[in-house]
Write a protein of this length. Structure first.
Length: 118
């Protein structure tokens, strides 16, 4: 295999890796685009919590919170553990906390940049 053929193959592989990364990132951001899921992840960024605590923190109905947590768990974004009869949720990755925090920082800048209302 010549050097140019090898480089072309490596470049194609890099593009494929980038495409996969972009697809996964887009799926992740789509999950974060829901206000309730974003609120759940933001609250979990402060530490573990059960469904009751998360329901109170988010102000959403318990069945809705449970469904959103199930989606986040299936996506591999939150982990669970049993504490007696309670299920306790936590973020799986510190990167996710930073991503949510940064999204909220951007929101703060956007809100601060809005012209005053009359």
């Amino acid at each position: 295999m010549s050097a140019s053929t090898h480089l072309a193959g490596a470049h194609g592989s890099q593009e494929q890796d980038d495409d996969e990364r972009l697809e996964v990132a887009a799926s992740l951001l789509a999950l974060l685009s829901d206000r309730t899921r974003l609120a759940l992840l933001h609250h979990l960024g402060a530490g573990e919590a059960d469904v009751t605590t998360l329901t109170e923190a988010c102000g959403a109905a318990r069945p809705s919170v449970s469904q959103h947590l199930a989606k986040l768990r299936l996506a591999g974004l939150v982990a669970t553990r049993k504490d007696g009869r309670r299920v306790v949720y936590s973020l799986r990755h510190g990167h996710l906390k930073r991503l949510v925090d940064e999204a909220l920082n951007v929101a703060d800048h956007q809100i601060g940049a809005l012209p005053p209302h009359d």
